[in-house]
Write a protein that binds this ligand. Structure first.
Ligand code: SF4
Length: 388
């Protein structure tokens, strides 16, 4: 079985490490992160080693993703120590192991440490190659650092790398954006993720928006960027497999597909969320609180909720439909046999007539390109159907 097929049918467990440190805060970012202090980093690594002891991953397949924050801020020795602690818990190497890196922190010794551990995928937050727009979104690295970082990872032997890009930045024209895509393509990544800039509450960008110091493109302008992105990357032989994700054949991110298929994952580190055995829970979003509460049964998590079959079904539909393959209704009926999918029939019929979805003879349901642009409102309609 190919890896891609495996992810669609997998029982692999996702393991996510949240590394909550950033040298500075980007203006668009709403993630929990802290400025790193040496003592704090040491306590963090020890905390991860302790938290790993809580779990048993014996004899199962896993995908691993280290995100943040900026995992690459950790020195090579800490990356290696944390990776070794993880590998000691696994009976077989992860089928995919991704580490997110910010361009400004990529150094040869860190990349070599990751390779030694068996990391087989790098994801780099480039956002844009244009200095002007890097400043607009408050990202502190330079375009020169991006090129240097990509050189280092390729020189060390990583061919399987992703570049994250952002579009719809205030002031960014379509030509500016197409230049970014071209620059990305020229570095020959295996995967490109393209995200529409969002203005999350509690971010610098959002407060600038409220003060009239920046502006947001309209939904119609965003839609034009989406469509042009899909067309341009498709022409460059990057297959779209999710609204924001494109890859060369066989290089889709298995860990993310696993999550969107509503399979289980365990999150370690402050603020990391998990979905396991029918529950969702999250660690405290502070290094201090995470460490203090780690061994207290009742206070270990910021929240712990049992999830109903209905919620799992709705989320399987919403996240599944964001993928180009869509969802298989027959499979979902079997997986959620205690819930009837019949209430959705009228919605599917309406969306088929509006040419927003296609339902084929083997009950595979997927969005058309027009439907993909409207996936958020389709998600609301799915939720409303079950609330009625
Ligand atoms: S976008 Fe990434 S690097 Fe920037 S503040 Fe957020 S987590 Fe840190």
């Amino acid at each position: 079985m190919k890896l891609q097929e495996k992810a669609e049918n997998t029982s692999a467990l996702g393991i996510y490490f949240h590394i909550p440190f950033c040298a500075s805060s980007c203006d668009f970012c709403a993630f929990y992160q802290e400025a790193p202090q040496r003592a704090e980093l040491s306590r963090y690594i020890t905390g991860i080693e302790d938290e790993l002891k809580v779990y048993t991953f014996a004899d199962i397949e896993t995908t691993v993703f280290w995100g943040g924050g900026t995992p690459g801020l950790l020195p090579a020795s800490d990356l290696y120590r944390m990776g070794t602690a993880l590998l000691n818990k696994l009976s077989k190497p992860p089928i995919e192991w991704t580490v997110e890196l910010a361009p400004s922190v990529v150094k040869e010794d860190k990349i070599k440490a990751l390779l030694d551990l068996g990391v087989n995928r790098i994801s780099m937050g480039v956002q844009t190659f244009n200095e002007k727009y890097l400043r607009v979104i408050g990202r502190r690295h330079s375009a020169k650092q991006v090129y240097k970082a990509i050189d280092i990872i390729k020189h060390c032997g990583f061919e399987n790398f992703n570049l994250d890009l952002i579009f719809s930045i205030p002031g960014q024209s379509m030509d500016d954006w197409l230049l970014d895509i071209n620059e990305a393509k020229a570095t020959e990544p295996a995967h490109i993720s393209t995200y529409c800039l969002t203005f999350e509450e509690d971010t610098v960008l959002y407060s600038k928006l409220l003060k009239g110091q920046t502006h947001k493109k309209s939904e119609d302008e965003d839609a034009i960027f989406y469509e042009k992105t899909w067309e341009t990357l498709e022409n460059a032989n990057f297959s779209q497999y999710e609204i924001s994700n494109f890859s060369k054949p066989g290089k889709e991110c298995l860990h993310n597909i696993n999550t969107w298929r509503m399979n289980d994952w365990i999150g370690l580190g402050p603020s990391a969320a998990s979905q396991f055995n029918g529950s969702r829970f999250a660690n405290h979003a502070s290094v201090e609180k995470w460490l203090t509460n780690m061994h207290k049964n009742n206070e270990r998590f910021e929240y712990l909720n049992e999830i109903s079959s209905k919620t799992f079904l709705v989320d399987s539909l919403i996240f599944g439909l964001r993928m180009n393959k869509g969802v298989n209704l027959k499979f979902l009926r079997q997986r959620f046999s205690d819930i009837s999918l019949t209430p959705l029939n009228n919605l599917w019929q309406k969306l088929i007539e509006e040419k927003l979805v296609i339902l084929n003879s083997v009950e595979q349901l997927y969005l058309t390109p027009k439907g993909r642009l409207l996936c958020d409102s389709i998600a609301v309609e799915i939720m409303n159907t079950f609330d009625e």
